[in-house]
Design a protein around this ligand. Structure first.
Ligand SMILES: [Zn+2]
Length: 396
């Protein structure tokens, strides 16, 4: 997770002030079945949460069955990746450290049966390439979902366990789970470099895919998915034990599908989709998915909310012993459910995945902070978001 411009200490206060305007507003009434998981959300993020009435899909209508795949997720194996990556791998440190990190990632992908590709990413004359591996789609291989996490870290004395060895470990576990169960669309499992220096690796990949004319139907960043704490989170009124899966309004179908998938398939784990404008919460663009959004692709970030929850953020204390292995496993299962659901949902039941048949005609968006085009369906922000999103005083 990138640091926000300006001092990170103060960001929480600024956001609390920004979002505080909405804190007294009544949450939008759930349009679907009542559920304690949603009723319990009381904080300012409440109005942006994707509730059952906003899912837009029936998650039972997937072409690839989700439940058997969830059993393949191994939290201990994912945690072992975090332990292996417990060393500094910053842009200011030696390239050999980042090479060591890549060797761990490549080794795990190869062990899972993948051929690993590299994409050159140069910063200050030093090439620290992106890594990726692809699982070809069975129905529309020309369309791709990109999912991954950056392998560099921010603190020259730290191991970057939550930020972002946890995301890397999650990506690797997803790749293992799906290897013999491909989706209708191609999945590209990625690990990006130089994220902490401005999403440099992710921009290289997104711009390459854009210039190649690749049909990216979704790009997902797993950005800090391993930390939990019992304290009440002021953003939601929930204990800090949930995973947030956040899209901007132009990418709403991603958050809807992922929210629906978690609701249906991992009810034991608190995870929800949310659709939030960057003008309301600029922090939603602080990870690799933002580079893909800039290239006009729909995006989502799955996160434990980073510095809003984890006091070890960008500190030497971001170490494996602070990672909650059960939370990590829950995050990965939710991500797997979301990935399989989005990649194989057949809502109209015509036998073809919607990700293969959906219209990709770009539509220009007018989101103030991102002048871009998008290939997703028209934005469908949850009811209640509009007054905040369009209030000119919310400039971030
Ligand atoms: Zn970071």
């Amino acid at each position: 997770m990138q640091k926000r411009a300006g001092a990170v200490v103060g960001v929480v206060a600024v956001l609390a002030a920004l979002l505080g305007h909405a804190a007294g507003a009544a949450p939008s009434a759930p349009a679907g079945p009542a559920d304690d998981r949603f009723d319990a959300i009381t904080g300012p993020m409440s109005q942006f949460v994707v509730r059952p009435g906003d899912f837009g899909i029936d998650p039972a209508r997937t072409l690839v069955s989700v439940p058997p795949l969830l059993a393949a997720v191994d939290g201990a194996r994912a945690f072992s990746i975090i332990e292996q990556l417990n060393f500094p791998r910053t842009s200011s440190g030696p390239e050999s450290a980042r090479q060591d990190a890549r060797d761990i990632v490549s080794g795990a992908l190869e062990d899972a049966g993948y051929a690993v590709e590299q994409q050159s990413v140069v910063l200050n004359g030093i090439d620290s390439p992106n890594l990726y591996a692809e699982l070809p789609g069975t129905e529309c291989a020309e369309r791709t979902i990109v999912i991954g996490g950056h392998y560099d870290n921010a603190n020259a004395q730290g191991g970057g366990s939550d930020d972002n060895a946890s995301g890397v470990a999650g990506m690797l576990e997803l790749a293992r789970a799906l290897k013999d169960h491909p989706l209708p669309v191609t999945v590209r499992f990625a690990s990006w470099s130089y994220e902490e220096d401005g999403l440099i690796g992710a921009y290289a990949m997104a711009e390459q895919m854009e210039s190649d004319g690749d049909e990216v139907v979704g790009a997902v960043s797993l950005e800090m998915i391993g930390f939990s704490e019992p304290d009440i989170d002021p953003l939601t009124g929930l204990p800090g034990t949930y995973l947030a899966m956040i899209s901007d309004p132009t990418s709403a179908p991603l958050a809807q599908a992922w929210g629906a998938a978690s609701y249906a398939y991992t009810p034991e784990f608190p995870a929800f989709g949310a659709v939030i404008s960057p003008t309301v919460l600029p922090d939603i663009l602080r990870s690799d998915h933002a580079a893909f959004l800039a290239s006009g692709f729909p995006v989502l970030m799955a996160t434990d909310t980073a510095n809003f929850r984890n006091e070890n953020y960008h500190q030497p204390t971001d170490t494996p012993d602070t990672i909650d292995q059960d939370f990590l496993a829950g995050s990965i299962r939710s991500a797997l459910a979301g990935l399989v659901t989005f990649g194989s949902i057949d809502q109209d039941q015509d036998g073809q995945a919607d990700a293969c048949t959906q219209d990709l005609t770009p539509v220009t968006t007018t989101t103030p902070t991102t002048t871009t085009t998008t290939t997703t369906a028209p934005a469908t922000a949850p009811a209640g978001a509009t007054p905040i999103a369009t209030d000119p005083s919310y400039t971030g």
